[in-house]
Design a protein around this ligand. Structure first.
Ligand SMILES: NC(=O)c1ccc[n+]([C@@H]2O[C@H](COP(=O)([O-])OP(=O)(O)OC[C@H]3O[C@@H](n4cnc5c(N)ncnc54)[C@H](O)[C@@H]3O)[C@@H](O)[C@H]2O)c1
Ligand SMILES: O=C(O)[C@H](O)CO
Length: 356
């Protein structure tokens, strides 16, 4: 049986009350208890399973809005939300650079074996400079491959090309005008080459560093698996700051065991918060606990956007016309526009769009 939840109520006598529960991962039962019989809207986390049960409970309690405090919303059944008339918000844009920076950090840490070297140093094993001590890969002139060249993938590509002069291959189901414009604008002056790959195999075969940035859906589930790993270079670096299930983690552990020079930097895991057996023992894996968006500015921005998504709907505001242009909602010195910044099922619900 579900444990009773300890609900904290903020602003108890105000027009809008906020109920919270101090627990890292809330179960569906916990959330149903939190919603109770009167709830206008909910801000939730990517660790929660928002499907028919929760949207039905929210709708029965009079709720009209839910926002993930995340840009990814693979934990949300948007069709179910639409069926119950609930608007679903997310927090795009504000995490782009922060997440890309972590992917870049993991790429560098893996290339230069920073975590292994740090552990070696702290263990008191350093007894003098040696030519072969923690030799890694030089990034300059190598090929970086971005799978999913949306907001974050494009920002990461820019960092690796501008910062480290890497050649670029990108793979996306759509042409990334955002990314291509950047290169066209560069007027061919960059000492790099770039292309859009026509298949995943082309990308995997040629890349020295591969960074994953697609959404998680059925087309990207286990996109990296035993077969695709077998195509990659033996000394390639694989970085994942998207969602854990984009990689078949069991196949990855096996590949890491068989190929000690293959290295990975992982921010996300298939069965979060757990790792598949064997992964934590692998010296050629760097693992961090889903912190890619964890800069102070970004986390505050995500909280603001999620709150404004829900508040906007509660107040009957229209939705913002361009969810990629959210800066106006983040300016501390002025009131935010009277709109919900990013509602993913706005069209399906027939919500009015802001003229601002
Ligand atoms: N680790 C973290 O903390 C963290 C932080 C932010 C975002 N994310 C994840 O990153 C994802 C991307 O965020 P974004 O803001 O860049 O989103 P985005 O929508 O701008 O980009 C996603 C890209 O993936 C592409 N894509 C979709 N299906 C594909 C496929 N089958 N093969 C190749 N490409 C495909 C899309 O065309 C799009 O260009 C989010 O959905 C989220 O899951 C993780
Ligand atoms: O999708 C997201 O926003 C991340 O995983 C959390 O920042």
């Amino acid at each position: 049986m579900a444990q009773p939840v300890a609900i904290e109520v903020w602003n108890p006598n105000g027009k809008y009350r906020i109920c919270t529960q101090k627990k890292t991962i809330l179960s569906v039962e916990d959330i149903v208890a939190l919603i109770g019989d009167k709830c206008d809207g909910v801000i939730g986390q990517l660790t929660e399973d928002w499907g028919h049960t929760l949207f039905s409970a929210l709708s029965k309690a009079g709720g009209k809005a839910f926002s993930n405090m995340a840009v990814g919303y693979n934990n949300v059944d948007v069709n179910a939300a639409t069926k119950y008339g609930v608007a679903v918000g997310n927090t795009p844009g504000v995490l782009t650079e922060t997440t890309a920076e972590l992917a870049a950090s993991l790429s560098l840490a893996a290339a230069r074996r920073i975590v292994e070297a740090d552990e070696f140093m702290r263990a008191g094993l350093y007894d003098g400079w040696l030519p072969h001590l923690f030799v890694g890969n030089l990034l300059k002139g190598q090929t970086v491959d971005v799978i999913g060249a949306g907001r974050i993938g494009s920002a990461y590509a820019r960092m690796m090309v501008e910062g480290f002069k890497m050649n670029l291959i990108y793979y996306d189901i759509y042409q990334s005008t955002r990314l291509e414009k950047f290169f066209l604008k560069a007027n061919g002056e960059q000492p790099v080459t770039w292309k859009r790959a026509s298949s995943m195999e082309e990308v995997l075969r040629e890349a020295d560093v591969i960074s994953l940035h697609p959404i998680l859906d059925k087309t990207t589930y286990h996109l990296v698996n035993k077969d695709s790993l077998a195509v990659m270079k033996k000394e390639a670096i694989l970085v994942n700051c998207s969602r854990g299930p984009v990689i078949d983690e069991v196949a990855l552990v096996e590949h890491l065991k068989q190929n000690p020079m293959f290295r990975v930097g992982l921010d996300v895991f298939e069965d979060e918060p757990y790792m598949k057996p064997g992964l934590s023992e692998m010296k050629n894996a760097i693992v961090v606990p889903h912190i890619a968006s964890a800069s102070k500015w970004t986390r505050e921005g995500m909280a603001t956007l999620a709150a404004l998504n829900v508040l906007g709907k509660v107040k009957g505001y229209p939705v913002w016309s361009d969810p990629n242009r959210v800066d106006l909602f983040l300016d501390e010195n002025s009131l935010p526009p009277a709109a919900s910044p990013s509602i993913v099922n706005a069209k399906a619900l027939g919500l009015p769009v802001s003229k601002l």
